[in-house]
Design a protein around this ligand. Structure first.
Ligand code: GLU
Length: 296
């Protein structure tokens, strides 16, 4: 970061459900950190999932954030309007021969892992709890890929993780000013290998969360990524993609998650207390801030 340019923070919600207290916490932490450092606060709408993200939820989300008292610069960046940017990044990785098409369905993946487990092979999960991709298409020839693509137009583009790590030829790390699930803080080693050959794009969604987040953080000039601890391990992938794409490295701060009463992670789908429900029940923004332990 240049000493003369202000730090840039962002809050990046997905309009696929109602914002809850966890979102309010993350948005407010970002906002306060930006204010304390005389920085900028940007908003990004992460709506690449054209099935689950809906315009009315986006409208509600903007209203909820305004109600909380947040102000953001410029019109928010909407990912669905920038698929070409993600395609460019994907093309860069394709040109480096780091991407291959894969054809196994979710069920085929599950069955393949189950049969490995049955013969005593302990197949690993990625940090999100999904099995590492067991398919072998990374070893196929161009012609084999082409033939299968003709038979099965629906496929998934994956990063060849081993090739990507080999290409970098040096270890990567990131600077963490919050903490990870095992209290990791300071300079943390990145371990992208824990994710296996992750998805970069699908034939029906021409990008993925990981790819779009690194492209956007760079294009928006984000210097400080502040988000929930559940995304700590994703940072390893983000750092790898930044290195492969020649993008700048932001500083990271992973904060506590606001948990439900039974210690579950709050989720949009489980209908956990939404900001809207609290507001309709008569709570004020100050009440919400007190509930999540921000401000007095
Ligand atoms: N869109 C992600 C979410 O709603 C946040 C991504 C990020 O902050 O990197 O969980």
């Amino acid at each position: 970061m240049n000493a003369n340019t202000p730090p840039v923070f962002r809050f990046a919600p997905s309009p696929n459900g109602a914002l809850h207290l966890g979102h309010a916490y993350s948005a407010l932490i970002n906002y306060h950190m930006a204010q304390e450092m005389n920085g900028r606060f940007l908003l990004r709408i992460e709506d690449i999932d054209r099935v689950r993200c809906r315009p009315e939820l986006e409208q509600d989300l903007l209203e909820d954030l305004e109600w909380l008292g947040l102000e953001w610069e410029e019109a928010p960046r909407k990912q669905s309007e920038h698929f070409a940017d993600y395609r460019d990044a994907l093309d860069t990785l394709i040109c480096e021969s780091l991407v291959y098409p894969s054809f196994m369905s979710r069920k085929q993946i599950r069955d393949s892992v189950a049969s490995k487990n049955q013969v005593g092979i302990q197949w690993k999960d990625d940090p999100d709890g999904s099995p590492i991709y067991p398919g072998l298409e990374r070893e196929w020839t161009e012609t084999e890929h082409e033939n299968e693509r003709n038979k099965q137009p629906l496929h998934t583009l994956r990063l060849n993780m081993i090739a990507a790590i080999e290409m970098l030829n040096s270890s990567i790390s990131f600077r963490e000013t919050g903490s990870g699930p095992e209290n990791e803080t300071g300079i943390c080693s990145a371990h992208p290998e824990k994710w296996g050959d992750l998805v970069l794009a699908r034939s029906d969604t021409p990008t993925s969360y990981h790819l779009s987040v690194v492209v956007d953080d760079a294009l928006q000039g984000v210097t400080h990524v502040v988000r929930g601890r559940d995304l700590f391990h994703a940072t390893s992938v983000h750092r790898l993609l930044q290195e492969l794409l020649g993008l700048p490295e932001p500083e990271y701060h992973h904060h506590d998650l606001i948990l439900a009463d039974d210690n579950r992670k709050l989720s949009k789908s489980a209908g956990d207390t939404s900001l809207r429900a609290l507001r309709n029940a008569g709570l004020t923004p100050q009440d919400v801030k007190k509930l999540i332990g921000i401000l007095s």
